[in-house]
Design a protein around this ligand. Structure first.
Ligand SMILES: Cc1cc2nc3c(=O)[nH]c(=O)nc-3n(C[C@H](O)[C@H](O)[C@H](O)COP(=O)(O)O)c2cc1C
Length: 331
C-alpha cells in the first residue's frame, strides 16, 4: 500500500502548527515516544543514533530506533561527521523501518562536538552540505536536519545553513534558538528563528523554551514557523501536547488529568520501561521519569529518595500507590 509522504502529512493541517517531541538522548526512547503520541504529539523523534556505532551494529543503536506506538512516523535521528558513514547508517535505519531520517547538527556536548559531529558542523558549512546531500540521495525516505542558530554570537550562520539545507535536499529544518556557545543557558531567541523562517524555502520547525500553551501560541504567531518542537517541558508532562493543541484549536486547554489518570499513566510507564529495556535497566532508567512525574508535589522529594534506594519494582509500585493516595487525600 502506498503510504502518504510523512512531511506532507505533518504540515497538511494549516489551522495550527504540528507539535513535535524533540529528540532527547536518554529520554525519547520508544516508551516515552509512545506516551507523547498518545497525548497528542503529532511527531516524535528518536534519541540520536551515533552513525559510527550504527555501522558497527552496536546493539544499543537498534534499541534506540525501535518504533513506538501511535501515529508518528518513525523519525530516527543520526549523528556523525563522515558523509559516507552517515549515508550508510541512514540506509541501515531505513531498512530497519525508519520513515524519516533527521540529521543532528545541533548537539553541543563536548563528546559529540569533539568528533566533528553535532553543532561542530555549523562551523564547516561545506562538510555539513556534503553530509546532507549524501544522506538525502542515499535513502528513499524524507531527510530533515536540526541545527542551532550558529556556533556563537559572532558566528550565527543559521540562515546560511538553512539555504544549504534546502539546496542539499532537506525536506524540513528544525532550529533550536540558541548558539552552541550558549549550551542551554539564556533564552531561546525566537526573533532569530522568525528571521530564518522568513528566508526559508523549506518548512521550519521552531524549538526552544516552549513550556506553556500561551508561549506556544506566542512563538508560533511571532515567528510564523511551520511546526513547534517541545523537549524539556514534556519530561514528566507528556500531556503538554494535548494542552497546547487544545489551546491552539479552541483557545483553552482540555481538562487537567485527574490524580487517578495521572497515577495510571505513571505506573503504566514504569511497566513499559521495564518491558522495553528489561527489568533491571528499565527500572533504573524509569527512576528519572518517576522523578519528573512527581516534581513539585508534596512529599515528592521524599518519594524520589526512597525510589532511588530500592532495586525492587514491587516496592516502587507500593511507594507510588502511597504517594498517589496522599495526593488524592490532599486534593
Ligand atoms: C536530556 C537532553 C537530551 C537531548 N538530546 C538531543 C539529541 O539527541 N538530539 C538533538 O538534536 N537534540 C537533543 N537535545 C536538544 C533538544 O532536542 C532541544 O533542542 C532542546 O532541549 C531545546 O528545546 P526545549 O527548550 O523544548 O527543551 C537534548 C536535550 C536534552 C535536555
Amino acid at each position: 500500500m502506498h503510504k502518504p509522504d510523512p512531511i506532507a502529512r505533518l504540515f497538511r493541517d494549516k489551522s495550527r502548527p504540528p507539535l513535535i517531541l524533540a529528540p532527547m538522548a536518554g529520554v525519547t526512547d520508544a516508551p516515552f515516544r509512545s506516551l507523547a503520541s498518545r497525548f497528542g504529539a503529532d511527531w516524535t523523534v528518536s534519541e540520536m543514533v551515533a552513525s559510527q556505532a550504527m555501522i558497527r551494529k552496536v546493539e544499543r543503536c537498534f534499541k534506540i530506533s525501535q518504533a513506538a506506538l501511535g501515529d508518528s512516523p518513525l523519525v530516527v535521528q543520526i549523528a556523525g561527521s563522515d558523509p559516507e558513514i552517515m549515508a550508510k547508517a541512514a540506509q541501515m535505519q531505513v531498512e530497519l523501518g525508519a520513515e524519516v531520517i533527521d540529521i543532528n547538527m545541533g548537539c553541543p556536548v563536548k563528546k559529540i562536538v569533539g568528533t566533528g559531529a553535532g553543532a561542530a558542523l555549523l562551523r564547516d558549512e561545506r562538510l555539513a552540505g556534503q553530509i546532507m546531500e549524501k544522506v538525502a540521495t542515499a535513502v528513499s525516505v524524507p531527510v530533515t536536519v536540526k541545527i542551532r542558530l550558529g556556533w556563537d554570537d559572532q558566528n550565527r550562520n543559521g540562515q546560511n545553513m538553512t539555504r544549504i539545507a534546502a539546496l542539499s535536499g532537506m525536506r524540513a529544518i528544525t532550529v533550536h534558538g540558541r548558539t552552541r556557545a550558549q549550551m542551554y543557558s539564556g533564552q531561546a531567541d525566537w526573533q532569530a528563528i522568525a528571521e530564518i523562517k522568513n528566508i526559508s524555502t523549506i518548512p521550519v520547525i521552531g524549538n526552544g523554551d516552549v513550556t506553556t500553551p500561551e508561549q506556544a501560541l506566542h512563538c508560533w504567531r511571532m515567528s510564523g514557523v511551520d511546526g513547534l518542537m517541545i523537549g524539556r517541558a514534556a519530561m514528566g508532562r507528556p500531556w503538554i501536547f494535548r494542552e497546547i493543541a487544545g489551546y491552539l484549536e479552541h483557545g483553552h486547554p482540555p481538562q487537567s488529568l485527574t490524580w487517578d489518570e495521572r497515577a495510571t499513566v505513571i505506573v503504566n510507564h514504569f511497566h513499559a520501561m521495564m518491558a522495553h529495556h528489561g527489568p533491571h535497566r528499565g527500572h533504573l532508567l524509569a527512576r528519572k521519569h518517576l522523578g519528573w512525574f512527581t516534581r513539585g508535589f508534596p512529599n515528592g522529594a521524599a518519594l524520589r529518595d526512597r525510589i532511588n534506594h530500592t532495586a525492587h519494582a514491587e516496592e516502587v509500585l507500593e511507594l507510588l500507590q502511597r504517594f498517589f493516595d496522599q495526593q488524592t487525600e490532599a486534593a
